[in-house]
Design a protein around this ligand. Structure first.
Ligand SMILES: NC(=O)c1ccc[n+]([C@@H]2O[C@H](COP(=O)([O-])OP(=O)(O)OC[C@H]3O[C@@H](n4cnc5c(N)ncnc54)[C@H](OP(=O)(O)O)[C@@H]3O)[C@@H](O)[C@H]2O)c1
Length: 245
């Protein structure tokens, strides 16, 4: 059990392109980070090494968030290391194109279980710890502005992200006043060339601030939420105005 007195963050999705930058930033802001990875063990080890330069007690564990049993096991391991939980960042997500006539039950389960079911059971385990604490703790979910757009070929993903935004509000109301629960909905920050989407130039045309997002835009919003004591149940779009119609 660690006794350094530092604040502790549990984070899923810390091996992602954006997620890894968030994990490093949170460690740099004074948190010990306990993070999960699923398929990227090698990348996870590299990230852990970097995080430990600033936050030596940080840990990582394998967890497939689509399996609630894995989430319970990860939190059991977490409790063996830490006796407090100040921050949950739920960023684990998978994302691929699914045209409506072709969506299989396997696609649906894969996308909805990872994004929505996984986030719910991670939040549930976190609040079981946080509700017993006397200090303020925080949950930040990572969703997507696509929850508010009608994207033809991403129904299970966008429905799951919309579900997380609703869960964010339910948890915020249920867990007040001790736990502040908010969501960040990024616009496009990274482009996966394997997924059929608009070109970068086409995307930028639709963004009033005329650029894609940068990980720093998301990190600044997380820092803002970590410093705020009177905001809960909000979904903050960090999208350069993309949702303005
Ligand atoms: N990047 C963007 O442009 C953008 C835009 C809008 C919203 N977002 C949201 O922001 C968050 C971070 O994005 P990102 O760019 O870092 O995503 P990413 O690069 O696609 O990474 C996805 C992360 O989720 C984890 N993951 C996937 N399936 C999992 C499973 N079954 N169990 C546990 N973990 C699983 C991956 O772990 P492994 O690699 O270890 O498998 C990885 O850490 C996500 O929630 C994403 O939806 C991102």
């Amino acid at each position: 059990m660690t006794t350094s007195g530092k604040r502790v963050c549990f984070m899923t999705g810390a091996t992602g392109i954006l997620g890894s930058e968030i994990a490093l930033s949170v460690a740099g802001q004074g948190y010990t980070v306990f993070f999960t990875y699923n398929s990227s063990e090698e990348k996870a080890l590299q990230i852990l090494q970097k995080i430990r330069w600033v936050s030596p007690e940080s840990q990582m564990i394998h967890c497939d968030v689509s399996k609630p049993g894995d989430i319970i096991a990860a939190f059991t391991a977490f409790r063996q290391h830490f006796d407090r939980l100040d921050l949950l960042i739920a960023a684990a997500s998978n994302f691929y194109s699914t045209a409506i006539p072709d969506i299989t039950e396997e696609d649906w389960d894969n996308l909805v279980d990872t994004n929505l079911k996984g986030t719910f059971f991670t939040m549930q385990e976190a609040v079981r710890i946080m509700l017993k604490q006397s200090t303020i703790s925080r949950i930040i979910t990572l969703t997507d502005i696509s929850a508010n757009l009608i994207w033809r070929n991403f129904a299970p993903y966008t429905v799951a992200k919309a579900g997380i935004q609703h869960l964010t509000k339910i948890f915020a109301k249920t867990c007040a006043p001790g736990i502040l629960v908010n969501s960040i909905a990024p616009g496009t920050v990274t482009i996966n060339p394997e997924i059929e989407m608009d070109s970068e130039a086409e995307m930028i045309k639709k963004i009033p601030l005329k650029r894609l997002g940068d990980p720093l835009d998301i990190i600044k919003t997380i820092t803002f939420l970590l410093e705020s004591d009177y905001i809960t149940g909000q979904v903050i779009s960090v999208d350069g105005g993309r949702l303005l119609q």
